[in-house]
Design a protein around this ligand. Structure first.
Ligand SMILES: [Mg+2]
Length: 311
């Protein structure tokens, strides 16, 4: 596995210098990076206006936080693009264009960075998202790559608010043990699924599961309501406990709520036709505080991932 830092000055980004590094980055990105004015090489990239609602999101990958030495640089680069794609998917949108800001230690290896950027380029080509610009800055002692991504929602953008008491809660895929299994970088963002769900009026709210289902569900809860989950209905990754399925982060699945008055069976059958190989689980519903039905899972001791809280 390539190491993040070069052992000698030769082979490090400081040896290359900023101008040459930027030329290299453009070369590594290849077809993922159009020419100015639509891409790299001017003060800004110039984009055509979106046809629908415009979406904008930003997320970094940080060495030692979002990846470590067990993750290849190519996988770390592809994760940078995919975790942003997952946020666009969570609104029911389609991605449009990205910019990347790198903050890196001068000792970062050129070979490592090449593999990282090529991983990002591969993912951006796969989803037809040009990388239209960026920035390079020095960060002694670390490596942070931040990607900002625009997207558009053809119809409505599905937000986190909109669920009502009694609405059903659904989740795609399986949950838990993302870190241990490599899912945190190997996942496929649920773009097609998110866009399809946005087209279904009975879907009232949606988000992606990044901090752990227990914590993320709180963001979807209508005022005065809590999620009441059925233990056996929570889809677990192989080997994951219920606690891991609810509390681990970085699942990058979609969790959404369905109008309690809608035709649930019709909806589930339509999903099965549209995405026959993607598991969909109805895991519970939102109920009034203090009225959890018998057998509902208690979420109070499962906090999910808190970004700024000390352990
Ligand atoms: Mg998100």
């Amino acid at each position: 596995m390539r190491a993040l830092y070069s052992r000698s000055a030769r082979g490090s980004v400081s040896d290359l210098g900023e101008k040459a590094l930027i030329r290299r980055i453009a070369r590594w990105l290849g077809a993922a990076s159009p020419k100015a004015p639509a891409g790299m090489g001017d003060d800004c990239a110039v984009l055509a206006p979106a046809r629908g609602r415009e979406l904008l999101t930003i997320d970094p990958v940080i060495a030692g936080v979002h990846f470590d030495g067990k993750v290849s640089p190519g996988d770390a680069g592809s994760k940078l693009v995919k975790r942003n794609l997952s946020d666009i998917a969570a609104m029911g949108g389609a991605p449009r264009a990205a910019v990347i800001a790198l903050a890196l230690d001068p000792r970062v290896s050129v070979a490592w960075l090449e593999a990282f950027m090529k991983g990002a380029a591969r993912e951006s080509r796969r989803h037809h998202v040009p990388i239209v610009g960026g920035d390079v800055a020095s960060l002694p002692g670390g490596f942070v790559a931040t990607l900002a991504l625009t997207g558009e929602a053809a119809g409505r953008a599905v937000t986190r608010t909109g669920a009502r008491a009694g609405d059903w809660i659904y989740v795609t895929g399986v949950l838990g043990r993302s870190l241990e299994t490599g899912h945190h970088h190997a996942f496929r963002p649920r773009l097609a699924e998110g866009a399809w769900l946005a087209g279904r009026r009975e879907v009232r709210s949606m988000m992606d599961v990044s901090d752990g289902l227990a914590k993320d569900l709180a963001s979807l809860a209508p005022r005065g309501c809590v999620p009441a989950l059925v233990e056996g209905a929570v889809p677990r990754r192989k080997g994951a406990s219920l606690k891991e399925a609810l509390g681990d982060g970085e699942d990058y699945e979609l969790v959404f709520t369905l109008d309690k008055g809608a035709g649930r069976a019709d909806f589930e059958a339509a999903w099965g036709r549209a995405f026959p190989s993607v598991r969909l689980s109805r895991i519970g519903s939102f109920v009034a505080v203090g009225a959890p039905p018998a057998g509902a899972v208690r979420l109070s001791d499962l906090k999910g991932y808190e970004h700024l809280r000390q352990a």
